[in-house]
Design a protein around this ligand. Sequence first.
Ligand SMILES: NC(=O)c1ccc[n+]([C@@H]2O[C@H](COP(=O)([O-])OP(=O)(O)OC[C@H]3O[C@@H](n4cnc5c(N)ncnc54)[C@H](OP(=O)(O)O)[C@@H]3O)[C@@H](O)[C@H]2O)c1
Length: 232
Amino acid sequence: MRIVIVGSGKMGRAVAALAEQRGHTVHALIGSAENASGSALTAERLRGADVAVEFTRPEAAAANVTRLVAAGVPVVCGTTGWEAERAEVTALVERSDGALLHAANFSVGVHLFLRAARQLARELAGRSEFDAFILEEHHAAKRDAPSGTARVLRGLVAGADPAREFPITSIRAGATPGTHMLAYDGTHERIALSHMARSRSGFAAGALAAAEWLPGHRGVYTFEDMLFGEPG
Ligand SMILES: NC(=O)c1ccc[n+]([C@@H]2O[C@H](COP(=O)([O-])OP(=O)(O)OC[C@H]3O[C@@H](n4cnc5c(N)ncnc54)[C@H](OP(=O)(O)O)[C@@H]3O)[C@@H](O)[C@H]2O)c1
């Protein structure tokens, strides 16, 4: 496949390296200097690309995805923190018969963790002897807090147990690529479920798997749709 990578930061470079290892061609690796408001994402520059992978910054993602979809390129987007613009971009993808797969977290283990967390929340619904909380830790350079994954986690567990509060604490320090914990703390005991990413490689592998899957699909998908079956 010919893959356009938008964003030449830590994730963009990790996806580019893995794509080449897996025999794909990096059609273009587009950094911020040439791409204010998505201006580098022209039909000419994108011609021949099968799919794009976007890992930039919250303030840049919506413009990039919009330009890629307008050019008819399926987009895998891993950028977090642009929820406010998501509905508008989703409507555009649907109107233009495009394809977008967005995930706040491309680790397969995280999605299994999220399913287990929802199950734990169901089991503990109504158990007032426990207080619940979510703790997430990321490296010092991560811009958004809480993380996209922590917000997804809170949405899932709150859906499973609407009567309970799930406050999130975010730590931004050091170099950790991403740790999430859901804990239930009581007077005598604690129940905790956690996921720890050891490196960015798992995110890059998941994003590349999504890029291999998306062409040929139409509409808006999550990584969960790809892993566990598309919504009916
Ligand atoms: N979904 C997942 O699994 C996952 C995993 C890890 C990270 N993330 C998210 O992915 C995003 C990127 O993470 P990262 O670790 O790669 O961050 P990073 O190292 O800071 O890289 C972001 C890159 O995007 C560039 N950029 C900003 N605006 C741009 C534009 N308009 N066009 C092209 N490039 C642009 C930045 O360039 P300048 O430095 O020149 O501004 C920077 O090189 C973040 O939102 C992060 O939260 C998601």
